[in-house]
Design a protein around this ligand. Structure first.
Ligand code: GTQ
Length: 361
């Protein structure tokens, strides 16, 4: 019972008895939980965490490769689970992250589901994802979409293992009790379109006259790393970095200017050598994948050192700041578009002397 209520022993005992009876009738007193339900500021259950790719994630994933095939597993993926959300398959309260391995000659059979997925390619080049009959060949750093209810299968016809980061809105869809999924009768989709057809159709700032998007998802299924790097480079040549973000881009749906998929926003940023960012926080818990370089991120009172291919998570409303000695590139994703659409999203930036700057605490 709330200690904040100043009640005498007698009233406290009677209330306690009342609460017992109320719960038998599926009722509860709001005044005992009001402030944990309607919090003054976001206090997420999720905690900051980092996954070391080279020493931890990759060796375990390769071991899984020895023990189970992609076909048997349907998806051979190690879930990256937030240490404080154990058993929930969540890296943040709304999002799921996993690391998927496809060995040479393997396929991951076709299925579709309400959950939207992104892939960010970590290792290997030349395997494909097929989305509604269109194949895209994947290279490291490519950002690939399999939006809501699109058939998708993956295959590796190369001679090297292919590993990528999966980001899905699984916890959000579960929370809404809106999940549907089905397996295709054929493991591999027939190629209905030329490879990378959507890039040719929609990736040149030219849309067919009269074309209207069928849904809220980007018509593009692959945003190649080459192009992201070229844009980051041109941004860097033009001016100084943003104090909090360095040079940061958001991936967009070219038909709307909004996020590529309605439930997940994605970003890529260049932190130039010797950059030390201003403290920053926002209400969208964010998953980062290190593409190139090394550095560290202070999150609240913890410091996480990272290098290429590591993955880390910054929970909602946690002050954080990045520091790099050499150029670094970070990919990230979050539920920001959901929060923006609902009018919830907030951000705050500290100046270097602020007590909120993580490096000054
Ligand atoms: O590749 O379709 O990590 O359905 C989790 C669920 C990947 C996928 C995941 C999935 C997939």
């Amino acid at each position: 019972m709330s200690e904040a209520l100043n009640l005498d022993v007698n009233r406290r005992a009677r209330l306690q008895q009342l609460y017992g009876s109320l719960s038998e009738h599926a009722m509860a007193p709001l005044w005992e939980s009001l402030h944990s339900l309607v919090k003054a500021t976001p206090r997420t259950q999720a905690v900051p965490a980092k996954w070391d790719y080279k020493r931890v994630v990759r060796p375990f994933l390769i071991e899984c490769g020895d023990l189970i095939t992609a076909q048997e597993a349907e998806r051979r993926v190690l879930i990256l689970e937030n240490p404080a959300l154990s058993g929930s398959a969540s890296i943040t309260r709304t999002l799921y992250a996993g690391v998927q391995l496809i060995l040479p000659g393997e396929i991951a059979p076709a299925h579709r589901h309400v959950q939207s997925a992104l892939r960010f390619i970590i290792e290997g080049k030349g395997a494909y994802t097929s989305v509604d009959g269109e194949r895209t060949i994947m290279q490291p750093g490519d950002f690939v979409l399999t939006p809501n209810w699109r058939w998708h299968d993956h295959g590796n016809e190369t001679t090297e293992p292919m590993i990528w980061l999966d980001g899905l809105d699984i916890p959000l869809v579960l929370f809404l009790d809106a999940s549907f999924a089905e397996r295709s009768s054929a493991d591999t989709q027939p190629a209905l379109k030329p490879a990378d057809d959507s890039r040719l159709q929609f990736g040149n700032n030219l849309f067919p006259v009269g074309w209207k998007p069928g849904d809220k998802n980007s018509p593009l299924i692959n945003y190649p790393y080459e192009r992201s790097c070229a844009t980051l480079d041109s941004m860097r040549r033009k001016g100084p970095p943003d104090p909090a973000h360095g040079y940061k881009l958001r991936y967009i749906n070219p038909a709307t200017g909004k996020s590529p998929m309605p439930t997940i926003g994605a970003f890529i940023q260049l932190l130039p050598a010797e950059f030390s960012s201003a403290g920053y926080r926002s209400t969208d818990s964010t998953v980062y994948a290190v593409v190139e370089g090394e550095g560290r991120t202070v999150i609240g009172e913890q410091t996480f050192s990272w290098e290429s291919k590591d993955i880390f998570v910054v929970p909602s409303w946690h002050w954080h700041a990045h520091e790099v000695s050499q150029d670094a590139i970070l990919f990230s994703f979050s539920d920001r578009p959901v929060q923006e659409e609902l009018g919830f999203w907030r951000e705050e930036q500290a100046d270097a002397s602020s007590p909120h700057d993580p490096r000054s605490t």
